[in-house]
Design a protein around this ligand. Sequence first.
Ligand SMILES: *[C@@H]1O[C@H](CO)[C@@H](O)[C@H](O)[C@H]1NC(C)=O
Ligand SMILES: *[C@@H]1O[C@H](CO)[C@@H](O)[C@H](O)[C@H]1NC(C)=O
Ligand SMILES: *[C@@H]1O[C@H](CO)[C@@H](O)[C@H](O)[C@H]1NC(C)=O
Ligand SMILES: *[C@@H]1O[C@H](CO)[C@@H](O)[C@H](O)[C@H]1NC(C)=O
Ligand SMILES: *[C@@H]1O[C@H](CO)[C@@H](O)[C@H](O)[C@H]1NC(C)=O
Ligand SMILES: *[C@@H]1O[C@H](CO)[C@@H](O)[C@H](O)[C@H]1NC(C)=O
Ligand SMILES: *[C@@H]1O[C@H](CO)[C@@H](O)[C@H](O)[C@H]1NC(C)=O
Ligand SMILES: *[C@@H]1O[C@H](CO)[C@@H](O)[C@H](O)[C@H]1NC(C)=O
Ligand SMILES: *[C@@H]1O[C@H](CO)[C@@H](O)[C@H](O)[C@H]1NC(C)=O
Ligand SMILES: *[C@@H]1O[C@H](CO)[C@@H](O)[C@H](O)[C@H]1NC(C)=O
Ligand SMILES: *[C@@H]1O[C@H](CO)[C@@H](O)[C@H](O)[C@H]1NC(C)=O
Length: 788
Amino acid sequence: MNGHYFLQGLVSLLFSVLSRAQGSRQLRLVDGGSPCAGRVEILDRSSWGTICDDGWDLDDARVVCRQLGCGEALDATVSSSFGAGSGPIWLDNVRCTGKESHVWRCPSRGWGKHYCDHSEDAGVICSGFVRLAGGDGPCSGRVEVHSGEAWIPVSDGNFKLSTAQVICAELGCGKAVSVLGHMPFRESNGRVWAEEFRCEGEEPKLWSCPRVPCPGGTCHHSGAVQVVCSVYTDIRLMKNGTSSCEGQVEMNISGQWRALCASHWSLANANVVCHQLGCGVAISTPNRAEGSDQLWKAWFHCSGTESFLWKCPVTALGVPDCSHGNTASVICSGNQTQVLPQCNDSVSEPAGSAASEESAPNCSDSRQLRLVDGGGPCAGRVEILDQGSWGTICDDGWDLDDARVVCRQLGCGEALNATRSAHFGAGSGPIWLDDLNCTGNESHVWRCPSRGWGRHDCRHKEDAGVICSEFLALRMVSEDQLCAGWLEVFYNGTWGSVCRSPMDDVTVSIICRQLGCGDSGSLNSSVGLREGSRPRWVDLIQCRKTDTSLWQCPSDPWKYSSCSPKEEAYISCAGRRPKSCPTAAPCTDREKLRLRGGDSECSGRVEVWHSGSWGTVCDDSWSLAEAEVVCQQLGCGRALEALRAAAFGPGNGSIWLDEVRCWGRESSLWDCAAEPWGQSDCKHEQDAGVRCSGARTTLPLTTAALSSYEESLAEAVYEELDDFVTRKESLLGSPGTVRSTVTTDLNQIRGLMSLLKIMMMLKRYQCLGLFLPLRGVRRKYPQRRRMG
Ligand SMILES: *[C@@H]1O[C@H](CO)[C@@H](O)[C@H](O)[C@H]1NC(C)=O
Ligand SMILES: *[C@@H]1O[C@H](CO)[C@@H](O)[C@H](O)[C@H]1NC(C)=O
Ligand SMILES: *[C@@H]1O[C@H](CO)[C@@H](O)[C@H](O)[C@H]1NC(C)=O
Ligand SMILES: *[C@@H]1O[C@H](CO)[C@@H](O)[C@H](O)[C@H]1NC(C)=O
Ligand SMILES: *[C@@H]1O[C@H](CO)[C@@H](O)[C@H](O)[C@H]1NC(C)=O
Ligand SMILES: *[C@@H]1O[C@H](CO)[C@@H](O)[C@H](O)[C@H]1NC(C)=O
Ligand SMILES: *[C@@H]1O[C@H](CO)[C@@H](O)[C@H](O)[C@H]1NC(C)=O
Ligand SMILES: *[C@@H]1O[C@H](CO)[C@@H](O)[C@H](O)[C@H]1NC(C)=O
Ligand SMILES: *[C@@H]1O[C@H](CO)[C@@H](O)[C@H](O)[C@H]1NC(C)=O
Ligand SMILES: *[C@@H]1O[C@H](CO)[C@@H](O)[C@H](O)[C@H]1NC(C)=O
Ligand SMILES: *[C@@H]1O[C@H](CO)[C@@H](O)[C@H](O)[C@H]1NC(C)=O
């Protein structure tokens, strides 16, 4: 169209002028733990300087996040909350509209002019450009990137491990250990990011990787792509200062090599390490007292069959301090092709002559032991691997002495219970042992006296199990709430409380996720002292975001009284609901409302939950005021459009509401007037829909500076221009590094776009001047009746 040619001309003109004026300023975020959070710093004339926090708000943060390719702004921080910077203070009183391309293009006091010191340095927290969603925490899941408006999944077409490496590093999640394609999408519409990423692996951020637009804007794919990262990938055996196939076990944790503590280091773990390093099989695990200050206390619970140590369950919570120099070490066979002689696992040893771990012979232990279906590596049905088959133990004569051998062999502490009658469910496969009669001192459960290997008169309903003292469980205790309450951990056979200092957001969110209570939560400090007394098991829990369960989080060692009774933790998770509410059904007003058939969770056909089913809303009298209430209630920002006539396709089920009439300021659709539930003369062809401005957010709405009309207009223009930019991008787009330099130029073009946008916005306002006052005119209704 002509308009586009005109725009193109104007853009190239402005671009050439401004790119000359544009110096070599750079922007970065410092000390925030990721490239997308921290103190804002600008490089000018070879000095990094800061921004003063006077008037610093979310609109300013938006510009910073967009400029850095860091997605949307979540917070604008003040008072040097990421620490004080040094050097010049380049900007003060920054007043961005939120649409500028560069933060130094926003109105301010002027370059280098300020009345501040570094205690007022501004910071931002951005969503980041990339995230892993729907997995076991922020370090695994489907790859999604932020378009500026919404999170869009990346397709599995041509997705490479090197790209995954960049993502894991950017997220502070360690190394990529698996990339899986063919994953189902979160939403059924199948929308995917219209570019392929071609990272080399060394780029600092996904944003800086070369990209290739997919032909016709549609990437060829067979599903979403899932990436799993791990921090337990870098491992080595060190002997006398050099790395080899024997020596003390070291891992690169939190950026430095640390030796592992020897307590609970087993031959099964050692086998996995030898295998992973290409060093054959483990021969022994001698205790070695090579001095090392940075001992890292964590217990791995490998079964021995894992091909990598990161696949083994790991526990750090409550792990006791390691005595100095007590480092884990391994001697591997060192020869990958060498096959060790099979150990002489005679199943009936005379009692009392049990061999200990230290005198393990130089043979390969063909058998392995594990606990299954107990909710952790230290409780469950006992299973033994032999000749490629996992089998069970019969419960005839099964007692605590037998359980003791199992718990010790697995590094799970003391035996608390020896369970019978398939307490943890019936297994399958062979039943390897029966009539076990351990003394409790044997090193391996198959060295205990028994009927003989594979001999039994049992069925799987008699499978034996154990509960060991290191078995851990987690729960919340509350009279009337689900997903909120006093936090309790099961340890050493007893439920006890958890101490709350200095539990931060990362720790709380890991706890909530582990309990299936949503991805976030908060420590509730306004509850009084808890009645009764119990152990207060653990204090100083400091989860890292790479931890996938509370058990992996470092803390003080287990103690019966770790803190004062005043410090017991009470937690409220995002998924909190009254116990009176049936778990599966929507309960709160917000849950009883949803949008379907749109391309995000913030647009679509309006559906409401009533009387046990989802139904739709008729479009009679459906207007922006009602849409506004829906968008606000869903936390989706402002309403952009109220759509009629089943614009998102007809729904099914009941038509629950008709003649809905809101003022527009109600906090819930349930506060608006309407016909009685289920009474309507409509068909599904009249289903109402909405399009809201935002992605779902929990941010306070006060931060929205523009009125919804300003915003909607701005956005409409934005879309038009973005469309243009996209085309321009595909014209310029060519694979490889060329493309990555072009990206920067496009950012500058985008900057000019904002200029143009403002011009066009002003124009629109003139045209639509009549439209604006509409908002002020409140519609009047004779009767207002609350729904419900
Ligand atoms: C081990 O290190 C010590 C001192 O660092 C050195 O004297 C010794 O020769 C080394 N031994 C071997 C086998 O490399
Ligand atoms: C440890 O790993 C980090 C990344 O996880 C890396 O930056 C660092 O260089 C590694 N340290 C060593 C000594 O290899
Ligand atoms: C590894 O073991 C195999 C079989 O035992 C043997 O033939 C080979 O020579 C060994 N290789 C080395 C490097 O020791
Ligand atoms: C295994 O040990 C048993 C008794 O301890 C012995 O009789 C048998 O000969 C041993 N087998 C091998 C292959 O060493
Ligand atoms: C196993 O082999 C290593 C090295 O070959 C040796 O030092 C060690 O004493 C052997 N262990 C046993 C129990 O024979
Ligand atoms: C474990 O044993 C104790 C007492 O020995 C008993 O009270 C408890 O119910 C047992 N637990 C299970 C799960 O069997
Ligand atoms: C278990 O072994 C002890 C000796 O260690 C023996 O007295 C006892 O009879 C055995 N029990 C069974 C059921 O075989
Ligand atoms: C187990 O070993 C300990 C120490 O090695 C010993 O004192 C105890 O008597 C042994 N118990 C049995 C039942 O053999
Ligand atoms: C665990 O329980 C045992 C006995 O029930 C006790 O001896 C031990 O001290 C307890 N451990 C802790 C850390 O409380
Ligand atoms: C804290 O708990 C109390 C009592 O259960 C509750 O009334 C309050 O709303 C909670 N506060 C938060 C922030 O969850
Ligand atoms: C409504 O449509 C959904 C999705 O197509 C389907 O799962 C559901 O069974 C339908 N319900 C009725 C009552 O037709």
